[in-house]
Design a protein around this ligand. Structure first.
Ligand code: ADP
Ligand code: 5GP
Length: 216
C-alpha cells in the first residue's frame, strides 16, 4: 500500500491546536478570582474578560481593572445595543461581559476566561456551545462561609444572602462540563491546566466533522 494512502499531508498531521473560551463559575467566595489570578501568572497570554457592573466598587477595587463600574443607564444602553455577550442580575446588581474584547482576543488566538455567575454561564453555553464550562465548589459549605467572612468585603447580611444563593447555583452543576473542588489551591489550578490542555486536543475541535474522511 502506498504510504500517501495511509498518511495525510504532513501539514494535516500537525494541526494548529485551538484556543478556548473558558467559563469559570461557582459560589461567591469559593476562590474563583484567586484561582484565575494564579492561572494567569503561569499563562499570561490568556485573556481575562473585565466585566461591566452596576455594583459599587469595594475599597480595594479599581475601575477598568477589577470591573468597569457603570451607572445603570449606561449598562442598559450596552445591553440594548448587543454589546454584552451575556449579562445577569446577581445579588441585586447587574453584571455583564463586554462582547468586543472577548471576540478580539479569540480572533488573536488567545484563550479567554469569563469569571461569571451560573446564569451567565448558561447563556454563554447557548450562544457559543463550544465554550468550556467549569464549576468551582468549596470542600464544604462551612469553609465557604469561612472564606467569605475572611475576605471582609461583605456585611453579615450580604454574606448570608451569598451563602443561600450558593445552594441554588448548585442546581446548574449538571449543565457544566467540569467540576473543580477548590480545597488545595495549587491542585485546583493544576486541574484547570489539565482540563484546558485536554480540551485543546479534543478531536472534534481540531477536525471538522465533514472532514471525517481525511485519512482516506
Ligand atoms: P470568589 O472570586 O470566588 O468570590 P475569592 O477569590 O475572592 O473568591 O476568594 C475568597 C477568599 O478565599 C479569599 O480570601 C481567598 O484568599 C480565599 N481562598 C481562595 N482559595 C482558597 C483555598 N484554596 N484555600 C483557602 N482559602 C482560599
Ligand atoms: P462580586 O460582586 O463578588 O465581584 O461578584 C458577584 C457575582 O457576579 C460572582 O458570582 C461573579 O462571578 C458574578 N459576575 C461577575 N462578573 C460577571 C459577568 O460579567 N456576568 C455574570 N453573569 N456574572 C458575573
Amino acid at each position: 500500500m502506498r504510504t500517501e494512502k495511509l498518511l495525510p499531508q504532513a501539514a494535516k498531521l500537525s494541526p494548529t491546536l485551538p484556543n478556548l473560551l473558558i467559563v469559570l463559575s461557582g459560589p461567591s467566595g469559593v476562590g474563583k478570582g484567586t484561582l484565575v489570578q494564579r492561572y494567569l501568572e503561569a499563562h499570561p497570554r490568556t485573556f481575562l474578560s473585565t466585566s461591566a457592573t452596576t455594583r459599587l466598587p469595594r475599597s480595594c477595587e479599581q475601575d477598568g481593572v477589577h470591573y468597569c463600574f457603570l451607572e445603570i443607564d449606561r449598562f442598559q444602553e450596552m445591553r440594548k445595543r448587543g454589546e454584552l455577550l451575556e449579562w445577569a442580575e446577581v445579588f441585586g446588581d447587574l453584571y455583564g461581559s463586554p462582547r468586543r474584547p472577548v471576540e478580539k482576543a479569540l480572533a488573536e488566538g488567545r484563550d479567554v476566561i469569563l469569571e461569571i455567575d451560573v446564569q451567565g454561564g448558561l447563556k454563554v453555553r447557548q450562544a457559543i456551545p463550544e465554550a468550556v464550562l467549569l464549576f468551582v465548589l468549596p470542600p464544604t459549605f462551612e469553609e465557604l462561609s469561612r472564606r467569605l467572612c475572611a475576605r471582609r468585603t461583605e456585611s453579615p447580611e450580604r454574606i448570608e444572602f451569598r451563602l443561600q444563593t450558593a445552594r441554588l447555583e448548585l442546581q446548574a452543576l449538571p449543565q457544566y462540563d467540569y467540576l473543580l473542588v477548590n480545597d488545595r489551591l495549587e491542585e485546583a489550578v493544576a486541574a484547570i491546566r489539565s482540563i484546558v490542555e485536554a480540551e485543546r486536543h479534543r478531536i472534534s475541535r481540531i477536525v471538522p466533522k465533514q472532514e471525517g474522511d481525511w485519512l482516506k
